[in-house]
Design a binder for this molecule. Structure first.
Ligand SMILES: [Zn+2]
Length: 411
């Protein structure tokens, strides 16, 4: 029976995942550019993973870029394929000292942790796993399924393949990265060492989802420079930077803000503003799924900054940098990446659907290089929070899907 067979294939998945959650790998955005990885626990886990991969017989590289790269040799006549996950966890809530709790024969009721409750009313997907195994933290930290579930799934599949040489597969490249949550993880990625033109990231959420589209993303720094005088002598002389900054922000449409948009709507998000008469700065994010919409928004920000500056007789300087681009184009150019997912899923009798990410993944940075990088589910829910949870059965099905994708690519 497929189910029993699967349980045997991935028998170590639970133990492996729990072991990885024990590493203190919360990343520290404030240390980006100063330390890589930003925290020592990430380095410990990366070194541990490198050793585990070597133990499975893979060729492993782990250098100053602090990315673990492993290759499991396969049939050289097939195109190589890569899988990637990140070892760090978010810092939105405490992420170190994780004490995972395992809820076997889950009865379908609210899960009460220390200080917080995972409510079935807010988590209807819990009902899918009645009778199964749910893993949570103790309620004082996040769990870290984002993205240690992805790490564990990749390790388990590679472990299976390394001990089953009869399965025909291409060369499999494995990448484990630090500091994804800080947005800086890919800044030192060894792009030249990735041979695969398809790299699946295992960094998704609910079971059955594959994500092949994300935002185009930019950040903008708008600086206004005015002239301060004694307010009593201000008439005709004082030029207020902070007033111009406020005018600029009020020109951004409220109906195109994060709090007013969902689905495929893009937005402008003011992250921070500060200022005085003499100078003011606005930091904002620009997000849009379409390239045209993205360019329009960038032009609109520039025009609004200029208009605010003209109206208030100050100088404005607008610097905009692109953070990542929608991976949809790269995924469309290599349709075999998604096709393999859906063929594998239908062979397993698994319902899969495409979802869009109102954010980005490390895969979006690969897409810029023309590498198709769909993001596969791991089964986790409520990421970056104290109520994060994952069902072991969903992780197993994710691992089964990865293995079936590899088999599809080996045909
Ligand atoms: Zn993640």
């Amino acid at each position: 029976m497929w189910d029993n067979h699967r349980m045997q294939m991935f028998k170590d998945l639970e133990e492996r995942f729990l072991r990885y959650t024990g590493y203190d790998t919360m990343s520290a955005p404030e240390l980006c550019g100063m330390r890589r990885p930003t925290t020592a626990g990430q380095e410990e886990l990366l070194e541990h993973l490198a050793a585990e991969l070597r133990g499975m017989g893979l060729d492993v590289g782990y250098g100053s870029e602090k990315v673990v790269m492993g290759t499991l040799k396969g049939d050289p006549s097939l195109s190589p394929v890569a899988f990637m996950a990140h070892v760090d966890t978010a810092d939105d809530v405490p992420g170190n000292g994780v004490k995972a709790r395992v809820w076997r024969d889950y009865d379908g009721s609210d899960i009460v942790l220390d200080g917080v409750t995972i409510r079935t009313s807010e988590n209807p997907d819990l009902q899918l796993y009645r009778g199964g195994t749910i893993i949570t933290s103790d309620g004082t930290t996040l769990l870290g399924a984002d993205d240690k579930a992805g790490v564990a799934i990749i390790m388990e599949v590679v472990g299976y393949l390394s001990s089953h040489p009869e399965v025909r597969h291409p060369d499999i490249e494995v990448f484990f990265t630090p500091d994804e949550e800080t947005g800086d993880g890919m800044s030192a990625f060894p792009f030249d060492q990735m041979r695969s033109r398809i790299c699946y990231t295992l960094d998704g959420g609910p079971e059955g989802e594959v994500e092949a589209e994300c935002f185009n993303a930019a950040s903008a720094l708008v600086d206004f420079c005015g002239e301060a005088t004694h307010f009593g002598d201000g008439r005709g002389r004082m030029r207020s930077a902070v007033t111009a900054a406020a005018a600029f922000v009020s020109m951004l449409p409220g109906s195109e803000s994060p709090q007013a948009t969902d689905g495929r709507y893009g937005y402008y998000a003011v992250e921070r503003m500060e200022g005085t008469t003499a100078s003011a700065r606005v930091e904002l994010l620009i997000r849009d799924f379409s390239s045209d919409g993205f360019e329009r928004r960038i032009a609109a920000v520039r025009a609004a900054a200029e208009a605010a500056a003209l109206m208030h007789r100050v100088d404005a300087d607008c610097s905009i940098s692109v953070s990542y681009r929608n991976m949809a184009d790269a995924n469309r150019k290599r349709p075999e990446a998604l096709e393999a997912v859906f063929r594998a899923a239908s062979r397993l009798g698994m319902d899969m659907h495409e979802a869009i990410i109102r954010g980005g993944t490390d895969g979006a940075r690969l897409a810029e290089k023309g590498i198709a990088s769909p993001n596969l589910f791991t089964g986790g829910h409520c990421y970056h929070s104290l109520t994060e949870w994952i069902a072991l059965e969903a992780m197993e099905r994710s691992a089964s899907l990865v293995l079936a994708i590899i088999e599809e690519l080996g045909r």
